[in-house]
Design a protein around this ligand. Structure first.
Ligand code: FAD
Length: 555
């Protein structure tokens, strides 16, 4: 007996089996700008893997089957083990295999830009597993300040062989690391940390301490080691805290519970206590904040890259849907007002990619003072602005899918997962206000041996002076404000937004088509700045913007 009551029509086919590299013109153009003439074959094959049904399924399963904490075995012994779905390990293995963690530190020029592109592409799965990958990438240079630890761990941090076993570093093929700063009484203000470090002895890994205290947020607790902050008699200091000690015993890190979060489900974020855990000092006694911030600047880069990747994924899904779904006698992508929305989303996504990749380029060229200064400026700018725009873009891209966009369907609703992930990149690694205030500090420090960030910004924008009167006027107003001391603390967010917009416009001039640059200047630099999406002024090349952003495979 037939139970059919109707035929299912006008439901788009999902976006699957596409190449997330080949179909991303904005990313390809950014890479051609930063690494002209570089071989694209590795990126293209990685892009095919990341668009595959198999990887999409892993991302879904890793998020639907959340990590489970086992604090004790059935006999009552503490185990502090986190159990993951096999898809979690498949995803983490693929990221490590692609060298998205510590590997670039073992490679030559261009490695950080290549890695940034890979990270941005991987995020498009919204796998929620990249937190330990990012932390491992970021920790590697900071670890150099404990030479014996670095000597024993570096090869494993850079290894492309994923090894999730709980074992001492010597017997592992590869390792990952996490970090612990945030405590209950303060996250942004880490000076409030109360975890105590008591000196034990000097041994093969340097000054060894015993840590007592807690961390309120401690992601990826199954990592092999962590950089943590704790108080010595000299003040807040940075420590290397391995999970397995040189004698093979497990360190005294008790996982209290896993956080019950809005999104980021595949990543185990925990609360931990240190009950006399052994740790080795990294860097100078009492200089822990500066030491761990070396790591923080790189995880902030990843917040911008990851958000740019999620934005690209959201725009691809919106375009895939709107180019198939019909309403009122036309495909949605042909409806004039929807064209405005899609073109505006595409423009924002491209600008986010350009800014995040520019920052990655600066990380790659740290032997150049100008690039060091640009990195100092663009780290808080990209982290603040790209992440702020990410949530707004995800909401609008979701709306392009209508009701379907809001549906989770056991993880098949990737758009819903993207939407839940977006705010996280804005909060962790320094929330929006902290980033804006950090930028203000960088721009207020004029002259001196370490260079002048305002002059560097001026030189960056000088490359495109005269290209567009709106950009020239915008930049003039910005520099007038900067020459006057960068303004009041209450204006710090406005300053971060304006630096971001000026740099984004300049980058679009350098590696996007004229129609993108023109649309960006007219919609973001004139009048009141960025508005609700879908308010591009008339005369903009809507069709060209949409075509440029169309993911491969969408019709
Ligand atoms: C899922 C998840 C995983 C995490 N994983 C880790 C981890 O592995 N390791 C780790 O160390 N931390 C981790 N964190 C913590 C995260 O880094 C902090 O939550 C974040 O830095 C903010 O700190 P807080 O929560 O203490 O908020 P607070 O510091 O209390 O800040 C609250 C708000 O006040 C604002 N604010 C603070 N100071 C000022 C000021 N002077 N002026 C204006 N505004 C201000 C902030 O911008 C923020 O909006 C994680 C967080 C989440 C959500």
């Amino acid at each position: 007996m037939s139970t059919a009551t109707h035929e299912v029509t006008n439901q788009p086919t999902p976006l699957v089996g596409h190449n997330v590299y080949a179909g991303d013109r904005a990313l390809r153009d950014a890479l051609a700008f930063h690494l002209p003439g570089a071989d694209e074959s590795g990126r293209t094959s990685f892009g095919a893997l990341l668009g595959s049904e198999a990887m999409q399924t892993h991302a879904r399963l890793a998020n639907v089957h959340k990590p489970m904490l086992h604090t004790h075995d059935r006999f009552g012994h503490r185990t502090d083990a986190v159990e993951f779905h096999p898809s979690y390990h498949a995803l983490l293995g693929a990221a490590v295999d692609a060298g998205l963690h510590g590997t670039p530190w073992s490679r030559g020029a261009g490695a950080h830009v290549e890695r940034a592109a890979g990270f941005l592409m991987f995020t498009q799965l919204e796998p929620s597993v990249l937190c330990p990958v990012s932390m491992t990438y970021a920790v590697t240079p900071a670890l150099r300040d404990n030479a014996p630890v670095f000597a024993d761990w570096f090869d494993k941090l850079a290894s492309t062989r994923y090894d999730p076993r709980l074992a001492f570093v010597g017997s592992k093929t590869g390792v990952t690391m996490g970090m612990g700063m945030t405590e209950k009484q303060g996250g942004s203000d880490v000076r409030a940390n109360t975890t105590r470090a008591e000196f034990v002895e000097n041994n093969a890994w340097g000054a060894c301490y015993r840590l007592t205290g807690h961390k309120w947020f401690f992601s990826a607790p199954m990592s092999d080691a962590f950089l943590v902050l704790a108080q010595t008699v000299a003040g807040l200091s940075c420590f290397f805290l391995p999970r397995v000690l040189p004698d093979g015993s497990v360190n005294a890190i008790a996982i209290q519970r896993l956080k019950d979060k809005l999104g980021n489900q595949a990543n185990a974020s925990s609360e931990v206590e240190f009950n006399g855990a052994l740790a080795w000092r990294v860097g100078e006694d009492g200089r822990g904040i500066a030491q761990i911030l070396e790591m923080g600047t790189l995880t902030r880069l990843d917040c911008a890259l990851g958000t740019a990747g999620l934005m690209r994924a959201a725009v691809s899904l919106a375009l895939n849907h709107a180019s198939q779904r019909q309403a009122f006698g036309k495909r949605l992508a042909e409806q004039p007002l929807m064209k405005n929305v899609l073109a505006d989303l595409a423009l924002e996504s491209e600008a986010a990619t350009a800014l995040a990749m520019r920052l990655a380029g600066a990380v790659d060229r740290q032997d150049d003072l100008f690039e060091t200064l640009m990195r100092r400026v663009l780290t808080p700018v990209a982290k603040f602005w790209v992440c702020k725009r990410g949530s707004a873009l995800a909401q609008e891209a979701m709306e392009c899918l209508g009701g379907n966009g809001y549906v989770e369907e056991h993880g098949e609703g990737v758009m819903a997962r993207i939407y839940r992930e977006m705010p996280l990149n804005s909060i962790w690694e320094g929330a929006g206000n902290i980033m804006a205030l950090d930028l203000m500090r960088a721009l207020r420090k004029r002259g001196g041996e370490s260079g002048d960030a305002v002059q560097a910004l001026d030189a960056e924008l000088a490359t495109t002076r005269g290209a567009n009167a709106l950009l020239d006027n915008f930049a003039n107003r910005l520099f007038a404000r900067l020459s006057d001391g960068a303004g009041e603390e209450t204006d710090a967010r406005g300053l971060a937004r304006d630096v971001a917009l000026a740099v984004q416009a300049s980058l679009l001039r350098r590696h996007a088509p004229d129609f993108s640059f023109d649309a960006f200047c007219r919609s973001r630099l004139a009048g009141g700045g960025p508005q609700v999406f879908g308010t591009l002024p008339s005369g903009i090349a809507f069709d060209s913007l949409i075509q440029r952003a169309m993911p491969h495979g969408a019709t």
